[in-house]
Every structure is written in C-alpha cells, then in structure tokens.
Design a protein. Structure first.
Length: 100
C-alpha cells in the first residue's frame, strides 16, 4: 500500500506545476488547463487526507467538486471557442482589451 504522504507530495507537485503554468504562460488554453490541474491537485490532497483520517466525507465532497468542474470545463471551453472566433487568437494579453 502506498503511504498517504506520497499522495500529498504528488498533489503538491501537481499544484505547483499548475501555478507555474498560470504564472508563466499567456495562452488561454494553457491557463485553463493549469487551473484544472490545480483543482485536481486539491482534489487529490482532499482524498488523501480523508483516507488518512478514515473519513468518507472528503471523498464525497471530491465527487461533487468533480461534477462542478465538468460544468466549468463546458462553460470555459465555450468561452474560449467564442473568444477565438471573434479575435482569432488565444493570447490573453491580446484579448484583455475592454471595448464598450
């Protein structure tokens, strides 16, 4: 059996990779994937801690978080497709201009 400390370390590494992706990249698709990676890292940590304390509530919460994340992915991808169709780019710096 794998110790829960390894899952927590993996979760921290995945979260760090996600944060670096958000901070260093300007492509909207990569930013979106990095945010999802951070969310999944938090889910992994929550499941690991729930398993360590023999509590099923954390695993149930992760199930609901994954359900909400699926809806978030659908809305986020729809927004990205719309932005790409109107601006022909996914670069965040070029899309950030506000027009009235």
């Amino acid at each position: 059996m794998v110790p829960t400390d390894y899952y927590v370390l993996l979760s921290a590494a995945l979260f760090t990779i996600g944060v670096l992706g958000v901070l260093l990249r300007r492509n909207a698709i990569v930013l979106f994937m990095s945010v999802e990676l951070m969310l999944n890292a938090a889910n992994l940590a929550l499941v690991a801690f729930a398993y360590r304390h023999a509590n099923i509530d954390g695993q149930v919460l992760v199930f609901f978080v994954i359900s909400v994340a699926a809806a978030e992915v659908a809305v986020g991808l729809a927004l990205l497709v719309t932005i790409f169709r109107t601006r022909s780019t996914t670069d965040v710096d070029e899309v950030s201009t506000l027009r009235g």
